[in-house]
Design a protein around this ligand. Structure first.
Ligand code: NAP
Length: 241
């Protein structure tokens, strides 16, 4: 049975990925940090051997312990890692304290770096593996009042491209999904009017659903996508073309 680690899987895009990968036959490690009840509920819904594992992805000791626990539980490492956990930061560039930016980088950049660090040895040893990093359209084109978030998501694109070159010879693919606006809790800082304005700016006339991202992730993890690496693919309804 193939194994997948999905970080931040209790809610939003990560939850949808967990449901879809489980439905497609994967054993899922449902990582969570604060949403314990939702993670345990999802664990029950999906059923064994999938398992919920708590870890703050910005903390190296917790990430290491998560990989050790998963390896003991599944009896093997991860075939697929989806670095999905992330936080947003909204405000005027000059108003954001450096400490908030450092926390953002710890979660959005160090988190994926750590999960790649602890997940890659198994993939390299087997000469097979797939890493999917969740960035954002803002990592491609930048967003006003989300400058720090855009920086963190641009870093994920750099991580994807460079790591794809380093581990390609070991037959490990590393790709990036850069979603447009997706209907999750992350949009809670936007008013209804702002969401409607975003819909109007989108050629397909709607904002995205978590499924729009999950189906792409499942494809990138499939055997049909073994020649795709180092790429940034953006499900965004045409918002950025
Ligand atoms: P969400 O509903 O707010 O979910 C965020 C997830 O990240 C939660 O499951 C949360 O887990 C997890 N997380 C946050 N900090 C964590 C930490 N330190 N350690 C482990 N997990 C942590 O947001 P979402 O929209 O699904 O976002 C998922 C990813 O997509 C993020 O990387 C986000 O930047 C990206 N994205 C979202 C959009 C959008 O419009 N929604 C667009 C582009 C990109 P807990 O609740 O357990 O703490």
């Amino acid at each position: 049975m193939k194994t997948v680690l999905i970080t931040g899987a209790a809610r939003g895009i990560g939850r949808e990925c967990a449901l879809l990968f489980a439905k497609s036959g994967y054993a899922v490690a449902i990582n969570y940090n604060s949403s314990e009840n939702q993670a345990k509920e999802l664990e029950r819904l999906i059923g064994p051997p999938s398992v919920a594992i708590k870890a703050d992805v910005s903390d190296e000791a917790q990430v290491r312990a998560m990989f050790e626990r998963a390896r003991a539980h599944f009896g093997k490492g991860f075939d697929v890692i989806i670095n999905n956990a992330g936080i947003s930061l909204y405000g005027l560039f000059t108003d954001i304290p450096l400490s908030d930016f450092k926390r953002l980088l710890d979660v959005n950049v160090c988190g994926p770096v750590l999960c790649c660090k602890y997940g890659l040895p198994y993939m390299i040893e087997r000469k097979l593996g797939c890493i999917i990093n969740i960035s954002s359209v803002w990592g491609i084109c930048g967003a006003s009042c989300e400058v720090h978030y855009s920086v963190s998501k641009a870093a994920i694109i750099g991580l994807t491209k460079a790591l794809a070159k380093e581990v390609g010879p070991s037959n490990v693919t590393v790709n990036c999904i850069a979603p447009g606006v997706i209907d999750t809790d992350m949009l809670s800082c936007f008013s209804k009017e702002e969401i409607n304005a975003l819909k109007e700016q989108t050629p397909l006339g709607r904002i995205g659903k978590p499924e729009d991202v999950a189906h792409l992730a499942l494809y990138l993890a499939s055997d049909s996508a073994r020649f795709i690496t180092g790429q940034v693919i953006s499900p965004n309804g045409g918002f950025v073309i």
